[in-house]
Write a protein that binds this ligand. Structure first.
Ligand code: PEP
Length: 259
């Protein structure tokens, strides 16, 4: 994967309160430290609920951990009368590196459309955060063989109007909806097919240099046992991990896929 540093990001979803978060991150740090994990070689990030972020920040800063963290969603607004929303500037102030945009659960349960995903991605970049922009098809589309077109459509919409240097900085995650939380992991070849198509699209619409630099992750029921095969694909630059990121040994094992 050349200069693209692999990224393993754990999406905790709506699990783990702030007290439990401190335990989980501390254990993860110890486990990786035990293995002398080189964070420059494989980057590690956790994406806890908003309410955990301040505690995670305190722990990570206090122990000078190299684990990065971020949020699962962000507002498209800057500030003001938007009850319940969290701004990109607030996340940046908490030391977040990453924020998910367009996760399929946001699209599905909160009716987030492509325009909103684009707006959130823009706000994240403006605040200096690195968006992890999620795309992926449902089962019906996959069965009808429309998965590549579907994902490229979501990609074009999410990245609309962005400067090439912004696209270079962000992270894309291919997450087939049928593989999320189902135990149904896509084959390494399934992941490679769509991820390579995403990279080609960026090569055509933006530039070969951006396409070569941008990191593209796979997500969907990744476990320690499946991470190595997925990571062996030439265009896969990391994993977005849901369920398995709640178990320290599993997630550490995924981060240690090179062992
Ligand atoms: C996710 O929600 O981003 C995800 C990949 O979940 P899981 O690993 O549980 O399928």
């Amino acid at each position: 994967t050349g200069a693209r540093t692999p990224l393993m990001a754990g999406n905790w979803k709506m699990n783990i309160n702030h007290v439990e978060a401190v335990h989980l991150v501390q254990k993860l740090s110890w486990t990786l430290q035990d293995k002398k994990h080189d964070f420059e070689r494989v980057e590690v990030a956790v994406l806890p609920p908003f309410t955990d972020l301040r505690s995670v920040q305190t722990l990570v800063d206090g122990d000078r951990m190299k684990i990065r963290y971020g949020a699962q969603d962000v507002s498209k607004y800057d500030a003001g009368a938007y009850t319940g929303e969290i701004s990109a500037a607030m996340l940046a102030k908490l030391g977040c590196t990453y924020v998910l945009t367009g996760h399929s659960e946001r699209r599905q349960y909160h009716h987030e459309d492509d325009a909103l995903v684009n707006a959130k991605t823009v706000k994240a970049l403006e605040a200096g955060l690195t968006p992890i922009v999620c795309v992926g098809e449902g089962l019906e589309i996959r069965k009808a063989d429309g998965h590549v077109d579907h994902c490229l459509g979501q990609l074009d919409a999410a990245l609309a109007g962005l400067k090439p240097d912004d696209v270079r900085k962000l992270v894309i995650a291919y997450e087939p909806v049928w593989a999320i939380g189902t135990g149904e992991v896509a084959t390494p070849e399934d992941a490679q097919e769509v991820i390579a198509a995403i990279r080609s699209r960026i090569e055509e619409t933006i530039s070969p240099s951006v396409a070569d630099s941008v990191r593209i992750l796979y997500g969907g029921s990744v476990k320690m046992a499946s991470a190595g095969g997925i990571m062996a694909q030439p265009d896969v630059d990391g994993c977005l991990v849901g369920g398995a990121s709640l178990q320290v040994d599993e997630f550490a094992g995924i981060c240690r896929y090179l062992d």
